[in-house]
Structures are given as structure tokens and as C-alpha cells.
Design a protein around this ligand. Structure first.
Ligand code: UDP
Length: 262
């Protein structure tokens, strides 16, 4: 798709419709989500998605500063997507570039459509996404992580937002492309949805597909989003149960940390 070194293009789908990592066309890479892993952020999440490793931290709602960026009617959403220099095979120059500015913008837009911003005039909700290791699909992993981090921070929103891409490789529609598939495939279609209403809050496309292929890819990405939604809820439940257990332990053994000599 990116057109680099197409002469060295590997076979992406074999005669049994299996992909280079053995996945079926509609199969996701393994995904692990953990909620609430950073002490000093208001909310946080960590996502491992195939070889992607992505961290999301959320602050707010807090007073937006400097004051001139405040909106008297509602909170603003500020998002920064950042790729660590060591996250990719060819060292990435630190700092923002055109791609990271674009991904920060579209991620902020996604959350503007689910957060109840009118509840917090003049405030800012700040989302930080740090890509520690990348293997294609990091914007979707970032949105998935940020959504869990926002819920972990207790910020009111209409629903969690799962995200996943589908694409076209060797003429076949497949979900969740990894790096080689993204590089040598024909198209990539990142999608994010609000599961309860099935509204699409992110839809981008790189490459070419026919209308029918597009419809198949969109449905495949949306089905994948519903699976990821379950993993997001599960991560939050696990965090909530652990917190409750810790609270219960503290009620049973009050002041154990003070010691006897005080
Ligand atoms: N990538 C890279 N260097 C960069 C930007 C991207 O090696 O400066 C790789 C990285 O693995 C990334 C993939 O290319 O995940 C696909 O990038 P794309 O822009 O399609 O975004 P993504 O699929 O990560 O959302």
C-alpha cells in the first residue's frame, strides 16, 4: 500500500486463506488490556495488541490553561499521540511530525463525540497516548487504550470506543493488518465505533477498494470492534474488582500500616 519495495512483496495469503502469521482472514491478533496501571494519572490503560505496545494516560477534567483556550460552554479535549524513537525498526526522530499530529487530531475528535463535555465548561480533558512498540494498527490500539483510560478516570461518556482496522491483502479482505500486510497490502481502513448505537466515530482509508469490498471490510472491522469492546469492559471489571478487594482488606485490618510504636 505504501508502495515501498513492492518487488520484494511476500505472499500475504496462502491457498488455505491463512495469513503470514497463521491467522484467518477475520482473526484478530492477541489483545491484552489492563486498566489503571499508572498511579499519577487520573486514568490509564495499557494495551498489547500483537506486537503493538501502547500506553494511555488521562488527566481531567481540569481547568484548561492558558485561559484563552477555554470554552465557556464545554470542556475541550486535547490529545497527544506520540511514538517513542525505539518503537519502530528505523529509529523515529523524537517529537511531533505530520502523522502524529493527524492521529492526535482524529483521536481527539473521536472522544469529542462520546464525552459529555457540556458538564465541564472551561475544563480540559487531556489524553496522552504513548506508542512503546509499533507493528501497524497503533492508532486503533491508542483509541482502544484511551477509551479505557477515560473510563478508569471516571469521566462521563456515552460508551467505550473500540477501534480496529480491516483492509485488503492479496485481493482478500482481512481484519487487523500487521506491518507486512499494511506495507504490501492494497488497502487499510481504520474504524472506531460507539458499540451501543453502532455509530461510526472514525473512518479513514488508505489505498483502494471497490464498493463491495469496502462494505465487507467495514462490517469486518465493526465485528472486530465488538470483540474488542468486550475486552475493554473486562479490563475495567478486573480493575474494579481488584480495587474493591483492596478496600475490603483495609476495612478488615484498619491502620495496620501505622505500627504499634506510634
Ligand atoms: N511506522 C514506522 N515509522 C513511522 C511511522 C509508522 O515504522 O514513522 C510503522 C509502524 O509500525 C506503524 C505502521 O508503520 O504502526 C503503520 O503506520 P500507519 O501510519 O498506517 O498507522 P497505524 O497503522 O500504526 O495506525
Amino acid at each position: 500500500m505504501s508502495g515501498i519495495g513492492m518487488e520484494n512483496k511476500p505472499k500475504l495469503v496462502d491457498e488455505n486463506n491463512l495469513r503470514i502469521d497463521g491467522r484467518k482472514l477475520d482473526e484478530l491478533r492477541p489483545i491484552r488490556i489492563e486498566a489503571g496501571i499508572l498511579k499519577r494519572a487520573d486514568g490509564s490503560a495499557y494495551v498489547e495488541w500483537g506486537e503493538n505496545k501502547v500506553l494511555a494516560a488521562v488527566y481531567g477534567p481540569r481547568e484548561a490553561k492558558p485561559k484563552h483556550i477555554q470554552n465557556p460552554a464545554k470542556a475541550i479535549v486535547q490529545c497527544r499521540y506520540n511514538m517513542a524513537p525505539f518503537s519502530v525498526s528505523e529509529r523515529k526522530r523524537p517529537g511531533p511530525d505530520r502523522r502524529s499530529v493527524e492521529i492526535s487530531k482524529i483521536t481527539g475528535d473521536v472522544f469529542e463525540s462520546v464525552l459529555f463535555l457540556e458538564m465541564f465548561p472551561r475544563a480540559s480533558i487531556d489524553i496522552f497516548i504513548e506508542v512503546l512498540q509499533a507493528n501497524a494498527g497503533t492508532r486503533c490500539a491508542g483509541i482502544t487504550a484511551a477509551s479505557v483510560a477515560l473510563a478508569d478516570a471516571g469521566i462521563p461518556m456515552a460508551d467505550l470506543v473500540p477501534a480496529c482496522a480491516a483492509g485488503k491483502i492479496d485481493g482478500k479482505i482481512a481484519v487487523d493488518l500487521k506491518k507486512e500486510e499494511d506495507n504490501y497490502g492494497e488497502a487499510d481502513l481504520p474504524v472506531a465505533i460507539i458499540p451501543r448505537t453502532k455509530e461510526i466515530v472514525l473512518l479513514q482509508m488508505d489505498g483502494n477498494m471497490s464498493e463491495t469490498e469496502f462494505e465487507t471490510a467495514l462490517n469486518m472491522a465493526m465485528d472486530a470492534c465488538m470483540k474488542i469492546y468486550e475486552l475493554q469492559k473486562d479490563a475495567l471489571k478486573r480493575k474494579y474488582i481488584t480495587d474493591q478487594e483492596v478496600d475490603a482488606e483495609q476495612v478488615e485490618k484498619p491502620n495496620t500500616s501505622r505500627g504499634d510504636n506510634q
